[in-house]
Design a binder for this molecule. Structure first.
Ligand SMILES: NC(=O)C1=CN([C@@H]2O[C@H](COP(=O)(O)OP(=O)(O)OC[C@H]3O[C@@H](n4cnc5c(N)ncnc54)[C@H](O)[C@@H]3O)[C@@H](O)[C@H]2O)C=CC1
Ligand SMILES: NCC(=O)COP(=O)(O)O
Length: 327
């Protein structure tokens, strides 16, 4: 028997950003094919949005207007100007969406962008981003951020930390866990039987034989050698500056990078509108658009919802593949 359809839960994200408008645009684009339920304050939706209150995720399946699990944030929204009194509601919307996915009422989670500083200032948010918060909610000590598009997949081994901390936090255990979680996800969620992983060095020219830094010799290469001995197909450490041109990209399925910008600059440059952020290693599917809150254009009706739509499609597709009977 075919399983009953379940919606993708959409957390509202920062109300002062473009999250509400791209969620509505995404529902208009794909809502007929992929049921969605948005968790947030409907007074924050763009003026004129045709929305309807639902009281459960199941109600969203038959909704004829943008389906809202209503939360009252208690203060009006001003585009581009985050209100500190909204911060706790934004955090609660994520937690509520996770609860819906963990209970099985929703198939997957797609998060609209949050403004990290606004949540830390407004509600003492204890996490630097969704990735770390979702790991805590799910009780996972290691999760991985992947950004994926048709052109490239990248994974930063360290995420939301100051650049000055990267060499300190980048340990063999972190790198090992990151690679194993990524490898497992490429097999399970991306259907790649024998993933090819390319690993960047930390330093210029991957350390230039130790002349420009020793992390490659002391930690990265031994970690990669141990994983190769277990049968993983890994190249590296490679010079990060020469691993993203077209011929190089054709040789791997994912680029494991050492820090946030090393990974995200190439994919956002190649495919800003098509990139999707995925958290690997969670017990549920979570995706997000690759961009942030875009305060500079919020409320102007110019936001491009392509990445949000790609994130919703990917969330629904991954959830479906995980529940479909294996042949
Ligand atoms: N998943 C998430 O929750 C993410 C949150 N952020 C957060 O967003 C906030 C702002 O970050 P920024 O670095 O300024 O990046 P941003 O992605 O919000 O904006 C960068 C530039 O891209 C433009 N842009 C972004 N998305 C667009 C869209 N859909 N259509 C048209 N133009 C778009 C913006 O107008 C801006 O000029 C920060 O607090 C950051 O931490 C950033 C990335 C992901
Ligand atoms: N630059 C990516 C980003 O900040 C997304 O982080 P997260 O909120 O998904 O952890």
């Amino acid at each position: 028997m075919k399983p009953a359809p379940r919606p993708v839960a959409i957390s509202c994200g920062e109300p002062a950003g473009i999250g509400p408008e791209i969620a509505v645009a995404a529902w208009n684009a794909v809502g007929k094919d992929i049921p969605l339920v948005w968790i947030g304050d409907p007074t924050h939706l763009p003026a004129g949005t045709n929305w309807q209150a639902v009281t459960s995720a199941a109600d969203a399946i038959t909704a004829t207007a943008f389906p809202v699990l209503r939360r009252d944030f208690g203060a009006p929204n001003v585009a581009g100007r985050p209100n500190p009194t909204h911060a706790q509601g934004v955090i609660d919307s994520i937690a509520d969406a996770v609860a819906l996915v963990q209970s099985g009422d929703c198939a997957a989670l797609c998060t609209a962008p949050i403004h990290k500083q606004a949540l830390i200032d407004g509600a003492h948010f204890a996490y630097p981003g969704h990735t770390e918060y979702l790991a805590a909610l799910a009780g996972r000590s290691s999760v991985v951020m992947m950004l994926a598009s048709d052109m490239l997949r990248v994974v930063p081994a360290t995420i939301h930390i100051p650049l000055a901390q990267v060499a300190v936090k980048l340990t063999a255990a972190t790198l090992n866990d990151t690679i194993l979680i990524t490898h497992a996800a490429l097999v399970r969620d991306f259907g790649i039987a024998k993933p090819r992983l390319a690993v960047a060095g930390l330093n210029p020219h991957a350390g230039e034989g130790g002349k420009f830094g020793c992390e490659e010799i002391e930690m990265i290469t031994p970690t990669l050698d141990a994983l190769r001995a277990e049968g993983l197909n890994i190249t590296g450490p490679l010079s990060a500056d020469t691993m993203f041109h077209p011929a190089a990209r054709a040789t791997y399925d994912v680029a494991i990078c050492m820090y946030h910008d090393q990974a995200l600059i190439p994919i956002k440059t190649l495919d800003f509108s098509g990139g999707v952020n995925i958290t690997l290693g969670l017990p549920f599917v979570r995706t997000s658009p690759d961009h942030g809150t875009a305060f500079d254009i919020a409320g102007t009706d110019t936001a491009d919802a392509t990445s949000m739509i790609a994130a919703i499609r990917m969330a629904a597709g991954m959830a479906h593949a995980r529940t479909a009977p294996q042949s």
